[in-house]
Design a protein around this ligand. Structure first.
Ligand code: SD4
Length: 345
């Protein structure tokens, strides 16, 4: 048994929770093995390997009996502050014009939501999104208006573009080729000098009282056109939460999620009776049916949790991983099933 497989198996046993594909399922066929959440009922799940850190930042809130909303905000803030992550928050890569613009959304299971898009020079877009939700009659603020609101709310305006991100942009300008990389998010697969050009933290939580919340935060696709907004700040595309059913979030090329109201779709599929894994899979399959050619070259990933705390995921391409944290295990990192087994790093 390979060490990777051993690791996955022990994660599976320890987590005792997440919906997983059968180990060794070569075709990455989703198998519904979802089990209910651990005794405390609290659980937090996040996209990608840095989701482990985000979950650990969120967990103390849940363990103390705090709300899912506070937990996902704490997890998202951790990722936004992480200087190793060049596609979320203050260390993100800029757009084609060298400008770093951030997108974020937050939502609870009662349908309260807030979001910001194309926000510049403000370090914690997820908290600005929460202020939009709690202190305005609106859902989404963009660009200069979002920044003005943040400053009025007391957020410091500060230049965020790091020297590393500027250097990566200067390097990119030598060719100016916009080509999203599949699974650029996987830090463990990055080679020295790799230029990650897309990435997002999607984080979903269920608290002890059984309430759900989610957040999504990103600098979007690196080298995007200035003004481009992805799925992450669009409620229903990059994030959707409903206490009656469950929650879903997405990562990958946001245009595909925008075309399909994808996170809403995953939640609606769960409402119709599918488990989180099956719902994610059907959403991916639908995408393949609609755009069979495009789907071969880009990555799209869904992560979902239902109101019972069962977790599922599915991706277009192999390589998507997601982190699960609950009272049993804080650092489980699980492989998602996928439609295609190709992997490009
Ligand atoms: C976007 N969905 O802006 C984000 C990027 C992402 O993994 O998730 N990359 O389109």
């Amino acid at each position: 048994m390979t060490s990777r497989r051993r690791f996955l198996q022990s994660s599976l046993l320890a987590a005792g929770a997440a919906a997983l594909p059968a180990l060794g399922a070569e075709k990455n066929t989703a198998v519904s093995t979802a089990r209910p959440a651990a005794a405390s009922g609290a659980r937090v799940v996040s996209t990608w390997d840095f989701g482990v850190g985000a979950n650990q930042a969120a967990w103390p809130v849940l363990a103390d009996g705090g709300s899912a909303l506070d937990a996902v905000e704490a997890g998202a803030r951790w990722a936004e502050a992480d200087l190793c992550n060049n596609t979320v928050g203050r260390c993100g890569n800029p757009d084609r014009d060298g400008v770093l613009t951030l997108d974020a959304s937050i939502m609870d299971g009662d349908g309260r939501c807030g979001a910001v898009a194309a926000l510049e020079d403000i370090a914690h877009p997820v908290t600005v999104a929460r202020r939009v939700m709690e202190r305005t009659p609106h859902v989404l603020l963009v660009g200069a208006g979002a920044q003005q609101f943040a400053i009025e709310q007391g957020f410091p305006k500060q230049p965020l573009l790091t020297d590393k991100a500027r250097a990566a942009w200067n390097e990119w300008r030598k060719t100016s080729k916009y080509q999203p990389q599949i699974n650029a998010e996987r830090l463990d697969q990055a080679k020295p000098g790799d230029k990650t050009n897309h990435d997002t933290l999607g984080i979903l939580a269920i608290d002890r009282s059984g309430k759900l919340a989610g957040a999504c935060t990103t600098s979007g696709m690196a080298w995007k056109l200035h003004g481009r907004v992805g799925d992450s700040p669009i409620v229903g595309a990059g994030l959707y939460v409903d206490n009656e059913v469950g929650a879903a979030t997405a990562s990958g090329v946001g245009e595909e999620m925008l075309r399909n109201a994808a996170s809403f779709l995953v939640v609606e599929l769960m409402r119709q009776g599918r488990g989180p894994d099956e719902a994610c899979r059907e959403a991916i399959d639908r995408l393949v049916r609609k755009r069979p050619q495009a789907s071969k070259t880009l990555q799209v990933c869904f992560l979902a949790i239902n109101k019972h705390g069962e977790v599922g995921a599915h991706a277009l391409h192999r390589g998507f991983v997601y982190a699960v944290c609950d009272a049993n295990k804080r650092d489980a990192l699980l492989d998602s099933p996928s439609v295609y087994t190709t992997q490009q790093t």
